[in-house]
Design a protein. Structure first.
Length: 295
């Protein structure tokens, strides 16, 4: 599958290079995985590195669940995909595979993901299973609301809760909740940018997005979401006694987002893709600050 979440209905523009390719994982997988790393990093004891085996386990889980999300999205959207030249060749849309075969494949993905989940504590197993309803229903949101990116944010950033509980045995809500909400705001930024690539197709097909909702006011909305993200990160940091390197990283994240928004051309799909993919750097900056802050 070419892209994740809100991106599931639309593949990455084939003519553009993927700047994440050197990091092995596609952009969508990074964006699902990075909130997990933040949470695992913040849960580490002062002076200690994050739990690397847990980071590895969550990386496997991110690959599997991102893949499952793409499969579910393609199943929901096969009729829409047939109407767009860039997605008409997808296996389900083209009729190369059946719905039953898709269910079998999805079952395999979810079974492997369940194996990863069962490696965690009981609290985390229940918490992780609770996210499945969001994974399954998210693709429907673009049919009924102009805010599917918000639902994607609630889905994609579940790891901000799960990573902490996997280390600590339960969530410390004074840390996890602002971290989670920061991730949701971040998703609204990068996925609104992404959605501007396909706003013309979306109008023709009849699906909704924040790009269509915000229109020419997009930059003002993105600025507001970015400020809310930074505020949430500061609150999370204060509540777990983070140190100067962490706040330096938060400042760097703010600068990166400001540059994204200031230079964004919402009418150029190539620029929207470039800005969207650069959000991997945002997540890595924050994770680096968390690790150095703990040390």
């Amino acid at each position: 599958a070419a892209a994740s979440g809100a991106h599931g209905a639309r593949p990455n523009p084939p003519a553009l290079p993927d700047p994440t390719r050197g990091f092995c994982l596609p952009a969508g997988t990074w964006l699902l995985y990075l909130p997990c790393t933040w949470s695992i990093g913040l849960a580490a004891e002062p002076g200690c590195l994050p739990d690397w085996p847990m980071l590895s386990l969550f990386a496997v889980g991110a690959v599997l669940m991102r893949g499952a999300g793409c499969t579910i999205n393609d199943m929901w959207d096969r009729d829409y995909d047939r109407k767009v030249a860039r997605t008409a060749s997808r296996p389900l849309a083209a009729g190369d595979i059946s719905t039953f075969q898709s269910f079998v494949f999805l079952g395999g993905q979810l079974s492997l993901a369940l194996c990863v989940l069962l490696c965690l504590n009981y609290y985390s197993i229940i918490l992780g299973a609770a996210s499945l309803s969001l994974v399954v229903t998210y693709p429907l949101m673009k049919r009924i609301t102009y805010w599917p990116q918000l639902v994607l944010g609630l889905t994609f950033n579940w790891g901000a809760l799960l990573g902490w509980s996997a280390i600590k045995g339960s969530c410390e809500w004074s840390v996890c909740l602002p971290l989670y909400l920061s991730g949701v705001m971040w998703t609204l930024v990068y996925d609104t940018i992404y959605a501007h690539q396909d706003k013309r197709d979306d109008i023709v097909i009849g699906v909704k997005s924040t790009a269509l909702q915000f229109k020419e006011d997009t930059k003002q909305w993105l600025s507001g979401f970015s400020l809310a993200m930074l505020l949430g990160l500061c609150v999370a940091g204060m509540n777990c006694n983070q140190t100067f390197p962490y706040y330096s990283a938060v400042a760097a994240v703010g600068a990166h987002l400001a540059h994204q928004i200031y230079t964004l051309d919402i009418d150029k799909p190539e620029d929207c893709w470039k800005k969207f993919a650069s959000n991997r750097t945002v997540g890595i900056l924050l994770f680096t600050g968390i690790v150095l802050g703990n040390l």
